[in-house]
Write a protein that binds this ligand. Structure first.
Ligand code: FCB
Length: 466
């Protein structure tokens, strides 16, 4: 029998510790053509043959655009104190700049107001990978003007929502969308070119700096950060070329963005490569004071040399004896402890864990009693929270934790076949069913769902048990 959530008494967490859930616009909203939304680069990518499992698209997703009130009610049941969502740039500016789509802004007004009524703090992220296609047609992030386009978009959002939204993230996982989109060819806009990749690294950093300035100027009492993917990066074997490849991969994946934004310099290998794109004064524009470090953590990375690849490095295999999920992600919760201590020491900012979760290709459908027994996810979340508690005791300055994700959703190249939600979504009917991991999380953070009979079956069960 697995231990109960009472493994983590409230005294394990600092006063005011924030518990939340995360989603992103493209992954949950759907309503792709509703009310004047423009296309994004992910709408285009989904239409490229064979790029997304099963040919899935974001057209409907979880229909959060229409079902947000039900989703806020679910969050209330789970007991979260905060909801991290992203604003869809092409929903509010269908062509990326210029004419504003009032109906798109209205949607976020409704969502924010509903969250506040439910006592849930809105955490808005300005960019979770869905660049307006119209801006891509002008070169997208490869165009140095993109920092200015982004700043104008930030002004619009800050003015409209800044009276109610105080927590802002400039971007989600710069390193992942730039690597996948410009080097590895696994994501929009599907470019594989080192020079282009270097430009977009620098331009998104410039956009971040401009965004921080806008938010600071326009949102009274703003608490601003950026969200970074942060996973210990290990060589797949001890060969010297593997060790060097892992050091380079670590800079591209983990350090390139937060070092520039918080320490004011690129890490050494990247600094040498990016130098032709850096103009006088740029590093000061990028390195603007932020209030927190957003960390998305899932699993350690194993890297190896890959001579034909854009950077000569790429993913290697984890050690054979290391367990993995059915989507191939290594399971080593202690890597979370390592990442939290590393970020605390290197960046000296309060940390919010803005994503942590478990994905699977298993169908996870409700059983005859309406129970979704996602034991592996529950066990992994519990192990990760245990590692976070250990890191807190060892001096990590963690202020909050957001599960990825509230809902099963569009998992990028994995489409709807890869599920990360603590709430199951039946994509035929859009029915939501809290999984056992949601009940467990509710028991941990004090949400009423923990004590309720199962929503689907109506049969009561002991809470928080697996
Ligand atoms: C992160 C992304 C998020 C989600 C999770 C599983 O890299 O930020 O959108 O896809 O992975």
């Amino acid at each position: 029998m697995s231990p109960l959530p009472s493994d983590f008494p409230a005294s394990d967490f600092p006063d005011g510790f924030l518990w939340g859930t995360s989603t992103s616009a493209f992954q949950v909203e759907g309503a792709a053509a509703a009310d004047g939304r423009g296309p994004s680069i992910w709408d285009s990518f989904c239409r490229l043959k064979g790029r997304v499992d099963n040919g899935d698209t974001g057209d409907v997703a979880c229909d959060h655009y229409h079902r947000y009130a039900e989703d806020v009610a679910l969050m209330r049941e789970i007991g979260v104190g905060a909801y991290r969502f992203s604003i869809s740039w092409p929903r509010v500016l269908p062509r990326g700049r210029g004419v504003v789509n009032e109906a798109g802004l209205d949607f976020y007004d409704r969502l924010i107001d509903r969250l506040l009524e439910a006592g849930i703090e809105p955490w808005a992220c300005l960019y979770h990978w869905d660049l307006p296609q119209a801006l891509q047609d002008l070169g997208g992030w490869s165009n140095r003007d993109s920092a200015g386009w982004y700043a104008d978009y930030a002004v619009l959002c800050a003015r409209r929502f800044g009276d109610r939204v105080k927590r802002w993230a400039t971007f989600n996982e710069f390193s992942v969308f730039t690597l996948f989109g410009y080097a590895l060819g696994w994501g929009a806009p599907s470019v594989s070119d080192r020079g282009e990749h270097l430009k977009v690294i620098h331009h998104t950093n410039l956009a971040h700096g401009a965004g921080v300035d806008v938010l600071r100027d326009l949102v009274p009492g703003a608490s601003i950060g950026a969200v970074h993917s942060f996973q210990p990066c290990r060589p797949a074997d001890p060969a010297p070329e593997t060790v060097e490849a892992a050091a380079l991969f670590d800079e591209l994946w983990n350090l390139g963005f937060p070092d520039a934004q918080i320490l004011g310099r690129y890490p050494p290998r990247l600094a040498r490569a990016i130098e032709p794109y850096v103009k006088a004064g740029d590093m000061a524009r990028i390195c603007r004071p932020v209030d927190w470090f957003g960390m998305n953590h899932y699993a350690p990375l194993f890297a190896q040399a890959e001579p034909g690849a854009v950077w000569g490095c790429g993913f290697g295999a984890p050690p054979e004896d290391m367990p993995r999920t059915d989507i191939g992600w290594p399971l080593q919760p202690a890597a979370f402890h390592e990442a939290l201590l590393h970020a605390t020491a290197r960046y000296r900012l309060p940390i919010y864990v803005t994503e942590n979760g478990y994905g699977t290709k298993a169908a996870e459908a409700p059983d005859a009693q309406g129970i979704v027994m996602d034991r592996e996810r529950l066990d992994y979340l519990r192990a990760c929270i245990g590692e976070m508690v250990r890191a807190l005791k060892d001096g990590a300055d963690v202020r909050g934790y957001f599960v990825w994700s509230l809902l099963d959703n569009f998992e990028w190249g994995g489409g709807y076949g890869t599920r990360f939600g603590i709430v199951h979504v039946d994509f035929e009917t859009q029915k939501r069913t809290p999984k056992e991991s949601a009940r467990w999380y509710a028991a941990l953070i004090g949400g009423p769902l923990a004590g309720q009979p199962n929503a689907t079956s109506g049969t009561g069960r002991p809470t928080g048990r697996t």
